[in-house]
Design a protein around this ligand. Structure first.
Ligand code: ADP
Ligand code: MG
Length: 257
């Protein structure tokens, strides 16, 4: 299939997927970690990626904003092919928010600074504007009363909600979550998932790697099952969980459900 030139006028919002991976391959040395991945994410879609440990889910997330270079194939974001490097890449990357398993907040900055720094530096917001936006977002994720504290003074669930607020503050076109609740104590998982479900309902485009099957059932438009660097199945959550087609998916579900 020919890739349209980025200059091609886009007739409407639905003419192209927000994220499109075409024949993406990636190796780590001899390990073929992404094998000919073709994947689209539409605007407003919530995609849940599941699969065994080591199947390439994190690598997939990291390639979407080119934290990892790819060996072949192409990745487009909102109709623009991601360049390998340079200023254009930095600009596109700012449109892709990431929330990691380990929160990755700036440890020596206040919660408020964590949420204002990116917008001031990268988006050019004035400090007062950035602060107002940050307080609104912290309010939305339920931690506005923690704004002057340092990350270590918050619980894991609170820190992860701050990380979501920080990602949203950049006004991304798509948010990637890589096992956002895996490092949390069980009693804190739902407070983070609830924030994510609210975002999904508001129409945020999301790619979520998770083992939380309840979340997948409630919030996913589509489940993508990966194994050994390949996309093995894609289906609605109900179809996938109730009628997995392949032995690999049945085997995986048998172990986790
Ligand atoms: P998942 O997130 O599904 O557990 P990953 O994407 O983290 O899988 O890893 C896929 C495979 O690539 C694993 O075998 C892992 O050991 C390997 N891998 C991941 N990152 C690197 C790296 N930076 N260097 C070498 N191998 C890596
Ligand atoms: Mg991973």
């Amino acid at each position: 299939m020919a890739t349209p030139s980025p200059k091609t006028p886009i007739p409407n919002n639905h003419a192209h997927p927000l994220v499109e991976l075409t024949a993406v391959n990636k190796h780590f040395g001899a390990l073929h970690v992404l094998k000919d991945i073709n994947l689209t994410v539409d605007k407003g879609e919530v995609l849940v990626v599941i699969g065994p440990s080591g199947s390439g889910k994190s690598t997939l997330c990291r390639t979407i904003n080119r934290l990892e270079p790819i060996d072949s194939g192409s990745i487009t974001l909102d109709g623009t092919t991601l360049p390998e490097e340079g200023k254009a890449l930095a600009k596109l990357r700012a449109d892709v928010g990431m929330v990691f398993q380990s929160f990755n907040l700036f440890a020596h900055k206040s919660i408020l600074d964590n949420v204002t720094l990116g917008p001031i530096k990268v988006r050019g917001l004035k400090p007062a504007e950035a602060k107002k936006q940050a307080m609104d977002l912290l309010e939305r994720v339920g931690v506005a009363n923690q704004a002057t504290k340092l990350p270590a003074q918050l619980s894991g669930g609170q820190q992860q909600r701050v990380a979501i607020a920080r990602a949203l503050a950049m006004r991304p076109k798509v948010l990637l979550f890589d096992e956002p609740t895996s490092a949390l104590d069980p009693e804190m998982v739902n407070e983070v998932l609830d924030v994510m479900i609210a975002l999904a309902k508001e129409g945020m485009t999301m790619v979520v790697v998770t083992h939380e099957m309840g979340f997948a059932r409630r919030a996913a438009d589509r489940v993508v099952f990966m194994s050994d660097g390949e996309i093995i199945e894609q289906a609605t959550p109900d179809n996938f969980f109730d009628h997995p087609k392949t032995d690999r998916a049945k085997d995986f579900l048998g172990k986790i459900l």
